[in-house]
Structures are given as C-alpha cells and as structure tokens.
Design a protein around this ligand. Structure first.
Ligand code: PHE
Length: 343
C-alpha cells in the first residue's frame, strides 16, 4: 500500500497496521528476524530497519496531515444555501419602540415631521434656553445626571434672562444627560426658520430612586408647533384628536392648569382610563403642554411679536404599561427574554 494514495481515515489505519502494527506489522517482522542473523550483520541490519520504520512513520504523518488539510479546505459539512427549517424564531418590536412609533405616526398624519436629538446636552439647551431660572430645583443633583459640572457660581455671575454669548458658548457649561426632550425645541428653532411643526421621540434620564413606577431613564415624545396665530385652541384640538386616535373615539380627556418654566400658560392633559369589567377607572396624566414662553422663542431667535406656538411632552412608558398590563416599569428595561417573548 502507498501512503501517497491514502484517501480516508480507514486507509490511514490500514497503512499503519500493515507497516507499523505491533503484532503483524511488516517493520516489526523485520525486527523479529534480527536474532536469526550473524552477530556482525545485526547492527547494519538494525540500522536499516530503523530507517525504514522512521520513513513509514513520516509517510503516515504526512498522509494524515494531507487528509486534515483536504477536510478543512472542503469547508463545514453543511449546505449554506439551503433555506432554514421552519418555524424560524421571529423577533418583534419592543413595546416601547412600538408605542413611540405609533405616537410619532399619528402626528405625522397630522402634518408634523419627526426629528431626533442628542441625549447628551449642555446646560443651555436643557435648562437655560428653556427659561429655567439659575437656581431652579430641576437643576439640582437630585434630578439631573451631570457629566461635567462647573458649579453654580457661573450661573450667579451670568446675566440672567438674556441670551448672552456667554450662556450660549459650550465652553464652561455643565454637560448633562437630557432630563426631557424639550431641548430639541431650541435645537429645531435654532437651525431653521418658522413655521415649525415637529415631534421628537427620544430617551431621557433622571436621577430618581428606582421603583416599580420610576426608572432612571424613560421615553418621551416632544411636540412643537410654531407659526403666526397659533393658539391654545389649536393645542387642545390637536391633543384631543391625538388621544382619540391613539386610545379610541370614546376616550375622555381633560386639561388641568400646571406650571413649566418654558410654557405660559401651562397645562397637563389627563385621560380617563377605564380598567374594564366594572373595575372602575381613574384620570391618568399623560402629558405636559402649553404655549411656548416668549423667552424661549427669543432664546432661539424667533420673534415672539410675530410668532406664537405650543409645545407638549408626552411620557411613553406609562401608556405602554397601561396598554400591555405591565405593572413594573423596570421590566421594560431589563430585556429578559421571558418578558419580551410575550409581545
Ligand atoms: N418637558 C416637560 C417634562 O419633562 C414636558 C413638557 C414639554 C411640558 C413641553 C410643556 C411643554 O415634564
């Protein structure tokens, strides 16, 4: 048998047994004949048989190596062009992503465009331009994740209530994880000319105690509509129509007066959530809103004498929890597949 023509593992083994096998191997048989020889012939004979043995071993190793290379070159033992076997596991949208998409989609049908903005913000866009006074409690360490902190001294030094270049420059500013999507009101107005009609879905961060109803990050959809002659009536009409589109024609809404530094007047919209099957119901706050404060328009170089507008900010997590009967907000962020598979 020739080592060079070995084609598989079986032939490899046959070769090994034929020449190097312990009992019936041909090389071993030659060694066995040493005692039959004349003593002076034995060393030369032994040497020759040893060389034969090494040669056979080298040929065996080479053949084994060649077989392994051929196997590697042939690739994995499966046909990658075959279609998969059904049922294929199909993923699905995360419930938060689904709600965000639905809310944005409704406003798109109303004629709004969709924009997204940075989650890392400077103090000016997250607070200053939105008419937060320098000592407003929302700026406190309690609520805001600061990435870079320059202390309060700068705010005291800075002239308040105007848009001095000092406040606008990004140097020497606190850098924060945005606490709401409202900074995008400023970014949208800064980069374009009125009218503005835009919604902004996105993630926001607050340094809050974690519990079943609050988490350190959550989702909002911001809305902004600025044009000549925009009124509180437009705001109520649009948001009521949104509620009916999202929750169904029968939904009840109400507006309560509220306060935000960046809107005046400000309100919150509640919907009546019926728990069903005689379980009763309750008013649930779903968004904050109001007429864009003239200081905010000025911060973004929009003329408040000519333009008015409304803005709103909607919490996405709570409505998602209501629709899917989720009782602990944290499960929306843990990405446990046993939870996610239910959607
Ligand atoms: N940014 C506010 C919040 O996070 C919501 C809001 C947005 C209120 C726009 C009024 C106008 O609670």
């Amino acid at each position: 048998m020739e080592a060079e023509t070995i084609e598989n593992e079986d032939e490899l083994e046959t070769f090994r047994v034929e020449y190097l096998g312990r009992k019936r191997g041909k090389v071993g048989a030659l060694f066995d004949r040493i005692p039959e020889l004349d003593p002076e012939e034995r060393p030369a004979f032994g040497k020759a048989v040893n060389a034969l043995k090494e040669d056979a071993q080298a040929k065996l190793d080479a053949a084994r190596e060649r077989l392994q290379q051929e196997k590697r070159a042939a690739g994995p033992d499966l046909d990658l062009t075959l279609p998969g076997r059904p049922p294929m596991p199909a993923g699905s949208l995360h419930p938060l992503r689904e709600t965000l998409g639905e809310v944005s989609g409704i406003f798109e049908r109303f004629g709004f465009s969709v924009a997204e903005g940075p989650e890392i913000e400077d103090d000016w866009h997250n607070f200053g331009a939105l008419n937060f006074p320098p000592d407003h409690p929302a700026r406190d360490m309690q609520d805001t994740f600061f990435l870079k902190k320059h202390g309060y001294k700068k705010h005291e030094d800075a002239p308040t209530g105007d848009d001095s270049p000092q406040q606008r420059s990004s140097e020497n500013q606190d850098v924060v994880l945005r606490t709401h999507t409202s900074p995008m009101q400023i970014r949208v107005m800064e980069t374009d000319e009125p009218p503005f009609r835009v919604v902004v879905p996105g993630r926001v961060y607050r340094n809050e105690a974690l519990s079943y109803k609050s988490y350190c990050l959550f989702y909002q959809v911001e809305g902004l509509y600025v044009d000549e002659g925009v009124s509180m009536g437009h705001l109520k009409q649009t948001l009521s129509l949104f509620a009916r589109s999202f929750f169904g024609e029968a939904v009840e809404t109400r507006f309560r007066p509220s306060y935000f530094p960046f809107t005046e007047p400000s309100a919150e919209m509640d919907i009546w959530w019926d728990a069903g099957a005689g379980m009763g119901g309750q008013w649930m706050e779903i968004l904050g809103c109001g007429m864009v404060h003239p200081h905010v328009l000025e911060s973004a170089d929009v003329d408040p004498e000519r333009y008015t507008g409304y803005a709103f900010g909607m919490g996405i997590d709570r409505v998602t929890m209501l629709r899917h009967d989720v009782t602990d907000i944290r499960t929306l962020y843990e990405n446990d597949v046993r939870f996610l598979r239910q959607f």
